[in-house]
Write a protein that binds this ligand. Structure first.
Ligand SMILES: Cc1cc2nc3c(=O)[nH]c(=O)nc-3n(C[C@H](O)[C@H](O)[C@H](O)COP(=O)(O)O)c2cc1C
Length: 394
């Protein structure tokens, strides 16, 4: 077989490969987005509007990228954001967890992920378990207990979800389960993606669309849409509910993901969370929500001295990470960037993406004359007039 170099130099290249290699509906499920895609586009465009104010001499000889966040020492201020069930690669979240561990960083595992929390923690002990407000309190306690017993190091509660699914470019059709009937239905798009098909064929398994971390104790894993239906029927939580969930594991790091407003950030502090992620669910939720990088400065100014403030949404380069840190984030989380890497080249592809982030952060720090990611400050960044959006300030 001819030698094929699967290394890629940017996340954009990985995305192009993913598009070529994945069946159309799997690629479409990763692109996701909602309605007009205004938020999806703004998440990426906003980073492009920010500039740097570089030095040309006087930089230190070495740079320290390491940081501590969510109780974890990590090698750089980049970690894995939780993403739900994907038939991208047979090893799915386990491959991602191995890659994150190999590059010294932490992993967020979605409760709607396709691999059991026990396997993911075994691959990366720096795993936080992500939950939605779904089901009864007893069921949520069971999920927390399972994650704690498995050795997860903390919880992420994601609340920014409004069950809106229409997309102007059309939603992919996602089957409930993969059986012979669905294989026949999806055959035309799968047959033209031999590499993807081969990756599953070599494991002797078909993509599994169940969500094992939503299983009742000792019970079978529900299918994705079964669990999704339960979530849709669960009344939305109050701030007292957030406090209650936080109290189920009071000594572990607890992050509320999806906060965009200053008033919500303050309520999250009152509810006892130890961290928030300024995030709009990667543009998959309420379309028209601004990019998180626009909302970050006001949120970080309001609560950054009390809890850890992270950001996710639109991060595709090391320089994006540096911009977010300079504007107040402690660490960023990656979503699609690592999914493109996973699709393009499995575990090695995710490592490749993390290496792209590391070298991009290194370059930006060198240009800015910084010895450490901790030294970044707003004056390193050119913020155009009107860029910042302050939501919910009283
Ligand atoms: C395909 C897909 C599935 C996702 N599933 C989840 C999930 O299960 N839980 C969660 O908290 N966030 C989920 N997210 C949101 C990501 O954690 C993250 O907030 C988002 O992808 C960041 O934006 P980016 O993709 O531009 O980096 C998902 C995102 C995508 C693209």
């Amino acid at each position: 077989m001819p030698y094929v170099n699967r290394w890629f130099e940017t996340v954009a290249v990985a995305q192009r490969r993913a598009k070529r290699q994945l069946p159309r509906s799997v690629y479409g499920a990763l692109i996701a987005g909602s309605e007009r895609g205004t938020t999806l586009d703004d998440n990426l465009a906003a980073f492009g509007e920010l500039g740097f104010a570089p030095h040309v001499a006087g930089a230190p000889a070495t740079r320290d990228l390491s940081t501590r966040v969510l109780g974890q020492d990590i090698s750089m201020p980049v970690m894995i954001s939780p993403t739900g069930v994907q038939a991208v690669h047979p090893d799915a979240e386990v491959a991602v967890a191995r890659a994150a561990a190999a590059r010294g960083t932490a992993m967020g595992l979605s409760s709607f992920g396709s691999k059991p929390v026990e396997e993911v923690v075994a691959a990366n002990p720096q795993t936080l378990f992500q939950m939605y407000w779904c089901g009864s309190r007893d069921e949520m306690v069971q999920r927390v207990e399972r994650a704690r017993t498995a050795g997860a190091v903390g919880l992420i509660l994601t609340l920014d979800w409004t069950f809106s699914h229409g997309r102007d470019w059309g939603s992919p059709s996602i089957p409930d389960k993969i059986d012979l009937k669905t294989m026949v239905r999806f055959a035309p798009e799968v047959i033209v993606r031999p590499r993807w098909l081969k990756s599953f064929a070599s494991t002797g398994r078909l993509p599994d669309l169940t969500v094992p971390n939503m299983a009742p104790p000792g019970g079978p894993a529900p299918v994705f849409f079964g669990a999704y239906g339960q979530w849709m029927q669960t009344p939305p939580p109050s701030w007292d509910d957030v406090r209650w969930l936080r109290e189920q594991w009071p000594d572990a790091p607890f992050m509320l993901k999806g906060v965009m407003r200053v008033d919500d950030a303050k309520r999250a502090v009152d509810a006892g969370v130890s961290a928030i992620s300024v995030s709009n669910h990667g543009g998959n939720n309420l379309d028209g929500t601004p990019a998180p990088i626009r909302a970050l400065p006001a949120v970080a100014a309001a609560v950054g001295d009390q809890i850890e403030v992270l950001l996710d949404g639109g991060v595709r380069r090391g320089s994006d990470v540096v911009k977010a840190l300079a504007l107040g984030a402690k660490t960023v989380m990656l979503g699609r960037a690592y999914l493109w890497g996973l699709a393009a080249n499995g575990q090695a592809g995710v490592e490749n993406v993390l290496d792209i982030m590391r070298s991009g952060i290194e370059s930006a720090l060198l240009g800015l004359g910084k010895a450490s990611v901790a030294d970044l400050e707003p004056s390193d960044i050119l913020v155009p007039d009107g860029f910042i959006r302050t939501l919910g300030a009283d």
